[in-house]
Write a protein that binds this ligand. Structure first.
Ligand SMILES: Cc1cc2nc3c(=O)[nH]c(=O)nc-3n(C[C@H](O)[C@H](O)[C@H](O)COP(=O)(O)OP(=O)(O)OC[C@H]3O[C@@H](n4cnc5c(N)ncnc54)[C@H](O)[C@@H]3O)c2cc1C
Length: 474
């Protein structure tokens, strides 16, 4: 499985071809208006170009005309190569790859419980590879009152559900929130957000829905900078992927695109599988992100003349330890990857979840140290256009310089990077996203606990206490 039948392989899409595919009748909105030209939109056009660039870059990485983000890794080394390639190819490649890996993981986990869906799942994976489409992940429902299950909500549509069925398929209604890049992809992997109980059959639905299916409506939000001069936003000005509020307003889904329909006992298999891949992606980004924060802390300390001062070095050491622990978890997650049914390899659950949790939970400490070290210019450094002003520009450069070998513009640009990454619209988005994306800290604690060898820990504790296992009960 996972390999493409070459007879059906067509050329990978170029960036320009990808952009043309977006003109497919999809209904997508931004700040009160329907967007009819995504590539030409002032804020969403940049992300479209970013995805297009990802397509063009992947063309340069393929030797056989097959997208290198397709195909399921079958060894730890292949997994590592794939994760790094996908990370480099951008967010859209990442969500597509994790969607395919989620489906591959699910297929391996339902061989006993729901084998009737396996051929459909593998069929879709091959088809998606042949069409070189991008897939986004629709898990998080509106959820209504969080203390009540789907079947006891005041509004029965608080979780996506089947509202009608015909011999050819089902009609779904509901909404999926915060969906990364939803408007920019071609397919919506739509799956239950949680486990379901008997009586919640209509909510136990998993399906692949085209973005342009009649009844799909997507409302976008973005942290993309709204300033004409994006030089003051060196990170988010280059890369900003919108989130989509995806509404299924009675959408027909044909049988061949349904991967779960009423089997409550396995409703959570999809979210569990996706959670693993999503958190591995989060962990990869956090490992690089933590190193970037360390680098900025060191550079700004050097520019400020404080790199040798004890309390600054201590803070940077603490940041380095955090960054190293996050990376160690990533390395362990890959090194301890396991092969499932059909040979697909998946990362270790314990290290993936513990690492993602550690990265997210300590992120605020990293940012605190960075702000503490850098100083107030994080939020007050003048803009690049101020630096170019005939009158005040030379003065600003003079006073932003700290000594003859530290250029004023160089130091100003460091501050812009720190503000953009940690203290402005994108910085705020990152703080929330670190905590919530991939299912929230609580979910990572649960999964970590489930996969931790608590019995072994108890045995070690008993041995340390000089007790034998018979003296306690579990
Ligand atoms: C930038 C961003 C991108 C995202 N991308 C995607 C995406 O591509 N696809 C996708 O499907 N989702 C995505 N998410 C959604 C993300 O997975 C959710 O935000 C997360 O699962 C939390 O759900 P929620 O926002 O509804 O918050 P809530 O569920 O309301 O959680 C808030 C708090 O309440 C607690 N809580 C909730 N219910 C209960 C309960 N019954 N009992 C006890 N405690 C409870 C939670 O543990 C948490 O502490 C994204 C989120 C962000 C911020």
């Amino acid at each position: 499985m996972g390999t493409v039948d070459r007879r059906y392989v067509r050329h990978m899409l170029t960036g320009a071809q990808y952009k043309a595919t977006l003109d497919d009748g999809r209904l997508t909105y931004f700040e009160g208006e329907q967007v009819t030209d995504l590539p030409g939109h002032p804020l969403l056009g940049g992300p479209v170009q970013e995805v297009a660039d990802g397509y063009d870059w992947l063309l340069t990485q393929s030797s056989d005309g097959v997208s290198p983000i397709s195909g399921v890794p079958t060894s730890a080394d292949e997994l590592r190569d794939k994760v790094e390639l996908v990370h480099h190819a951008g967010m859209m490649a990442h969500v597509t790859y994790t969607s395919i890996m989620t489906l591959a993981t699910v297929a391996g986990r339902i061989t006993e419980t729901a084998p009737q869906y396996i051929d459909r799942i593998h069929g879709f994976i091959s088809d998606a590879q042949v069409r070189d489409v991008r897939i986004t992940q629709c898990i998080t429902d509106a959820k209504g009152d969080r203390s009540r299950p789907p079947s006891r909500q005041d509004d029965p549509d608080a979780y996506v559900r089947v509202v009608d069925r015909t011999p050819e398929g089902v009609v779904i209604r509901g909404a999926k929130l915060h969906i990364t890049a939803a408007s920019l992809g071609h397919e919506l992997l739509t799956i239950p957000t949680k486990s379901m109980k008997a009586g919640e059959e209509e909510y136990s639905i998993a399906a692949m829905v085209p973005v342009n299916a009649p009844g799909v409506k997507i409302v976008n939000t973005t942290y993309a900078p709204r300033h004409a001069d994006t030089r003051d936003f060196p990170v988010s000005g280059r890369s900003s992927i919108p989130e989509g509020f995806v509404i299924f307003d009675d959408v027909f889904v044909p049988n061949e695109r349904i991967f779960l329909d009423g089997e409550t006992s396995i409703a959570a298999v999809f979210a569990h599988a996706l959670g693993l891949w999503e958190r591995l992606g989060g962990l990869t980004a956090m490992a690089d992100g933590a190193d970037t924060l360390v680098g900025l802390a060191q550079l700004v300390a050097e520019a400020n003349g404080l790199a040798g001062v004890a309390h600054i070095k201590e803070k940077i050491s603490e940041m380095i330890i955090h960054a190293s622990v996050v990376r160690a978890c990533y390395e362990a997650a890959i090194a301890h990857s396991q092969a499932g049914e059909f040979g697909a390899v998946f990362p270790d659950e314990l290290y993936t979840n513990a690492g993602k949790y550690t990265g997210a939970a300590n992120y605020h400490l990293m940012v605190r140290h960075l702000h503490d070290i850098a100083g107030g210019a994080v939020v007050t450094a003048p803009s690049m256009s101020d630096l170019e002003h005939d009158d005040v520009g030379p003065l600003l450069r003079k006073y932003m310089s700290t000594r003859s070998d530290v250029d004023g513009e160089y130091r100003t640009r460091l501050f812009h990077a720190i503000r953009d990454l940690t203290a402005d619209a994108y910085g705020g988005w990152t703080q929330v996203t670190n905590v919530q994306a991939g299912g929230g800290l609580y979910a990572q604690r649960i999964v970590t606990r489930r996969h931790y060898d608590l019995d072994r820990a108890k045995q070690l504790a008993l041995a340390a206490a000089g007790l034998d296992a018979g003296q306690v009960d579990g």
